[in-house]
Design a protein around this ligand. Structure first.
Ligand code: KG4
Ligand code: ZN
Length: 373
């Protein structure tokens, strides 16, 4: 029987500061507390996240937030601390990671550096049993990837975006249309009143049969249509509906291919297809992916909305699952483990499937910071 573990999780990689306490016992996973401070209003006037403003805001709020999370959880004994160490806006990541190091050092606890993407990848396990292996579509503002999740820490990238993430496309097109920030929810609202057949938008990477995504052509086409044809509110709603349909179509098409690939490599009767990340909140996207999953014999799963978007409960769980693995193997040298955690570096880029990202980089020029996701 696995031991009961309680982990404090910290998330600060973008524009949400979040702290949570998660416990896993024989009874299952329990989120003892999860608090989030969104910076949306601070970035709204700029139409996107301003890294410097984000980092300062994390500094200002993290102390109070940690107090609240521990209070809400009833100040339980903590076994380990987990913090997002990347990928993300480096200033923000450093704030959360440094706070976590301070907490871990003061209490002589191990610190587990967590890949933010792994947090999303495992988020469905916060509320449901999701056995490995499963197929994951991660669609957020910063990421758009299809991954085969074989185990904790064992991921295979099946496809990724070669330019923008789907959420970024929603946000940028919404900005052009004057819908405010974040654009996804506003665009969805407008799309509900529009005609999705009205505007023809380009289909990306038509010649390719892999699972990669591309949204930059769609973004440019939508901006051109907005400039030339959007004169009334109805025009705008129609363009929103057309854009939403085009994004959903691309997600469905690539996910369908990934399902076939997944089946070729995994003999699982009814594997789970997990959709995580902020875009999973979109009802049209969700409905179409659900239908696709049913057609391919996959069990559709999406974490509850509060765990779909950025949160610290998913970071705490990812850290917990790694720490549980270490405990199971037997921690011989606790002092070294603690020292290792305190030396962890913040990483602006950190692909989940590092081997694949190095061997087949989506961006041939990797830059000083290494392969992108
Ligand atoms: O996962 P998330 O909170 O943060 C990242 O890690 O990026 O995702 C935020 C993204 C934003 O781009 C936002 O516009 C998008 O998710 N989003 C939506 C909806 N709700 C949030 N996109 C489309 N429709 C929505 N209802
Ligand atoms: Zn995220």
């Amino acid at each position: 029987m696995d031991q009961t573990l309680t982990v404090l999780g910290i998330e600060s990689s973008c524009d949400e500061t979040a702290v949570a306490v998660v416990r896993r016992s024989a009874a299952g996973v329990e989120v003892l507390s999860s608090v989030i401070h969104s910076q949306v209003v601070k970035h709204a006037e700029y139409g996107g996240v301003v890294p410097e403003i984000a980092a300062r805001s994390h500094v200002e709020t993290i102390d109070d937030l940690a107090q609240r999370a521990l209070n809400d959880a009833g100040w339980p004994d903590i076994d380990a601390v987990a913090a997002t160490a990347g990928p993300g806006l480096i200033g923000g990541v450093m704030v959360g990671l440094s706070f976590a190091k301070g907490f871990a050092f003061a209490r002589d606890l191990p610190l587990i550096p967590v890949n933010h993407l792994e947090g999303h990848a495992l988020s469905a396990r916060l509320t449901e049993e999701v056995p490995f292996p499963f197929l994951l579509l991660l669609v957020s503002g910063g990421h758009c990837q299809l991954l085969s999740v074989r185990d904790v820490g064992d991921y295979e990238r099946l496809g990724t975006t070669i330019d923008d993430a789907a959420g970024e496309a929603f946000d940028k097109i919404a900005k052009v249309l004057g819908l405010g920030y974040p654009g996804g929810p506003a665009l969805e609202k407008a799309a509900a009143l529009g005609d999705a057949q009205r505007f023809i938008l380009p289909r990306a990477l038509l010649g390719r049969k892999d699972c990669d995504f591309s949204f930059s052509g769609l973004k440019t086409a939508a901006a051109t249509i907005a400039y030339e044809h959007v004169k009334t509110e109805q025009d705008r709603n129609d363009l929103c509906a057309s854009v939403q349909a085009a994004i959903a179509r691309q997600l469905v098409e690539r996910s369908g291919r990934a399902m076939k690939l997944f089946r070729e490599h995994n003999a699982v009767t009814e594997p789970a297809f997990v959709v995580a990340g902020g875009v999973a909140a979109n009802a049209t996207v969700r409905r179409e992916l659900q239908a696709l999953a049913a057609a391919h014999g996959f069990r559709f799963m999406a974490p509850p909305l509060k765990y779909c978007t950025d949160n610290a409960a998913m970071i705490a769980l990812a850290g917990l699952e790694h720490y549980a693995k270490l405990c199971k193997m037997g921690i011989e040298d606790r002092e070294s483990l603690i020292a290792e955690g305190l030396a962890a570096l913040a990483r602006p880029r950190w692909p989940l499937d590092e081997a694949r990202a190095q061997a087949e980089p989506v961006h041939k020029k990797q830059g000083r910071k290494g392969a992108k996701s």
